[in-house]
Ligand binder design. Sequence first.
Ligand code: AMP
Length: 395
Amino acid sequence: MKTIQDINFKDKKALIRVDFNVPLNKELVVTDLTRIEAAKPTIEKILNDGGSCVLLSHLGRPKNKELEFSLQHIVEAVSKVLGVQVLFASDCVGEIAETAVANLKPKQVLLLENVRYHMQETAGDRDFAKKLSKLGDIYVNDAFGSAHRAHASTAIITENFPKDKCFGALLASEIHSLEKVLGDSQKPVTAVIGGAKVSSKITVIENILDKIEHLIIGGGMAFTFIKAQGGNIGNSLVEDDKQTLALQILKRAKEKGVEVHLPVDVIAADQFSEKANTQISPITEIPEGWMGLDSGPQSNSNFENVILQSKTILWNGPVGVFEMELFSKGTISLANAIANATRQGAFSLVGGGDSVAAVKQFNLSKKVSYVSTGGGAMLEMLEGKTLPGIQAILD
Ligand code: AMP
């Protein structure tokens, strides 16, 4: 696996696909720097070598070059994070971009305008990819958040860099951390799969069953498993058409010797609201009209015991509606257990969407081993898929 560490970038222009698809507020100011900070190690290594960086990214889903999606809004934020004044080119291909790149000196950074201002990007257009490829001597992919897309700038472009292409530091560490969980992992391995729906996590569960010893199923998706086994779940979230599949998963897990841990109790609420009345209820006896919105104290304690005995932990999806304080205790308890296991030497990977938001909300990002930067991309890796952006560098 060729990474930036294998290359000396002195006097080279690196064309780096980054994921600067950052949130902006109404004043068009960046509100979360995580993705920019995540690209910093790659950019710094190249600048320290004496090379220059041409940054290529998308922002949002523009239809018609709307100004709100211009990357010029993030120039100041990128400059601040990197500690150098970043230059900007108002197009990512053609004369404007090519002139800006030609004028770029070693140790300078140039940010190109939103690559999705051109429809050929998402279409994976080869001619467009060829035009992009004129903007650097070496192509570096560090955009994990977009690695599951076969777009021009994330995958197709590598056709024009048969040898001069490599992984950036971020993409390499995302791959490495997943390998530590599902590849060469220390046992016992526990996967916590939560979130709203079974349907969105089925493929993940099926793919990881061969690689884990314990499976904790929490959140809204647990109720489909409980109902399928004859439990009364009241008005809790359920996917009735997935009950048979839930039973098949439990059977398959048993055959493979994976211990499945479902919640045994819940915080039941009489409405989906912070103002709800609540009661602790066994998960198999939730009263009619009530719904389980968080895991209960006995479940939290059971989950904690499993996690503290684990050497490797994967966490995807909250075990309750953590966005509402009233139903956040289960997810906080789980996050703390994972942090404690990590302190005792376990390797923990949090990835794939809302659990990342949860560890950030509870200020636990630094207490787990690795927080993935890619929601959809991480989910697809957990599903066992080869991501086009990764494959294109390996080919
Ligand atoms: P996902 O994107 O599939 O990981 O789902 C995350 C969402 O699941 C979060 O917004 C949670 O609020 C929601 N969630 C977790 N537990 C429950 C539950 N018991 N009932 C309804 N929604 C839930």
